[in-house]
Design a protein around this ligand. Structure first.
Ligand SMILES: CC/C=C\C=C\CC(=O)SCCNC(=O)CCNC(=O)[C@H](O)C(C)(C)COP(=O)(O)OP(=O)(O)OC[C@H]1O[C@@H](n2cnc3c(N)ncnc32)[C@H](O)[C@@H]1OP(=O)(O)O
Length: 358
């Protein structure tokens, strides 16, 4: 009998995915484990590291969905990227929630040429998609992302085209601007974007997450503004957005100038992330639940909130108030307001209200 099929009937498979004929990956911690003719190595790993922790522990979230491995399975695309994308797997794990999974697990989700282009295409589509009201971004496999694909970097940036210095410089500038656009597209997307980070989040990964609205991570996550280590000043958003995310300018400077790793606990205490979960399954369950909470509310209110929060980040309080007044002089005329207020009076969740598409 074919061994893999036999093993798949065991309940322990709830917590693992097959990555090769002799290797499985744990849904909780992404560790890859070899197995032979039975599931004993998987059972040993699960019992030693995860069985007792399912109910949560001090200082970190366990995720409130009881079926978090099932949620994780629904949100991890073992089938690979979804065409036309080659680096992203896009799905709808819950009504009005879009999941964008960076999908180059064998290369630790390193950001290659296609990724930079596809992020713009994907977020342009999401921005226009009236059936989407919240987005979750995550990474497939062992780690969130290893940052820019160093092989591509060597080709695209270090060997630019052009007949003279002006033309070479012009082309480099164009490339950097295109790369910046990949994450600005996230920020410009009117739907709130949550990012779920596990394992390494290096270089371009930090650029990406600072453009997102809500950052959540696992206990094993670490963050590194790695650019100075590879001889460049970070140029696709970290130096502009991180100071607005973290209150301490000194900490931002330290991270960017030394390229030291920052681990989950410090990421939480500094304000880079708002919640830390024990493992990836809990993280994905927590992210999805939060996205569903957001998606269940009036899209007029939610998108207006994102747009005004971003506006006020870059303007004075007075300018922000003026922008808000001009914004709401039309948005207060929405039917969503009366529907939501009525639900609130009746002590019903806004999630019980049917809002029109936006
Ligand atoms: C215009 C400029 C715009 C943007 C600039 C952004 C700047 C940056 O992003 S700077 C950061 C660059 N990234 C790095 O320096 C990270 C390098 N990678 C690592 O440190 C590690 O891979 C890791 C993320 C800590 C994960 O370690 P581990 O789990 O042990 O995996 P590995 O065995 O190291 O790698 C597996 C596989 O992935 C390939 N890979 C990893 N990182 C990259 C990368 N950044 N680019 C291309 N390929 C990468 C690695 O080569 C392995 O491939 P194999 O084919 O299996 O050998």
């Amino acid at each position: 009998m074919e061994p893999v099929k036999k093993k798949r009937t065991s309940a322990i498979w709830e917590h693992f995915e097959l990555v090769s004929p002799r290797k499985v990956r744990c849904f909780f911690c992404s560790k890859e484990i070899r197995f032979n003719d039975n599931t004993s190595s998987m059972l040993r790993h699960y019992r030693a590291l995860h069985a007792k922790k399912r109910s949560g522990g001090p200082g970190s979230d366990s995720g409130s969905r009881l079926s978090s491995p099932a949620v994780l399975r629904a949100m991890s695309s073992s089938a690979g990227p979804t065409p036309p994308y080659t680096t992203l797997a896009v799905s709808r794990p819950a009504p009005a929630v879009t999941h964008v999974e960076i999908h180059r697990p064998d290369k630790r989700n390193a950001m290659n040429k296609a990724f930079w282009r596809e992020m713009v295409e994907c977020f342009s589509e999401i921005s226009e998609d009236q059936d989407c009201r919240a987005v979750v971004v995550s990474g497939a496999g062992k780690t969130f992302t290893a940052g820019i694909d160093i092989v591509d970097l060597a080709g695209e940036v270090l060997q630019p085209r052009g007949d003279d210095t002006a033309r070479i410089s012009y082309n480099i500038r164009k490339t950097i601007t295109h790369f910046q656009e990949s994450f600005s597209a996230i920020e410009r997307c009117p739907k709130p974007v949550l990012v779920a980070i596990h394992g390494a989040c290096v270089g371009g990964g930090v650029d990406l997450i600072t453009a997102c609205d809500i950052r959540l991570c696992t206990q094993d996550a670490w963050f590194q503004v790695k650019e100075v280590d590879i001889g460049l000043a970070a140029d696709v958003g970290t130096l502009q957005r991180l100071p607005k995310v973290i209150g301490s300018r000194s900490l931002v400077n330290e991270l960017a100038l030394t390229a030291r790793k920052m681990y989950a606990d410090e990421a939480k205490s500094s304000g880079l992330v708002s919640r830390v979960f024990q493992h990836k399954a809990a993280l994905m369950a927590g992210a999805l639940e939060m996205a569903e909470e957001i998606a269940g509310r009036s899209p007029v209110a939610v998108q207006g909130t994102k747009i005004n929060l971003l506006y006020s980040r870059d303007h004075s309080v007075e300018e922000g108030l003026q922008f808000m007044a001009a914004w709401n002089m039309s948005m207060l005329q929405t039917a969503d307001l009366m529907k939501s207020a009525q639900a609130s009076m009746e002590k019903k969740s806004p999630r019980t209200v049917a809002f029109a598409k936006l």
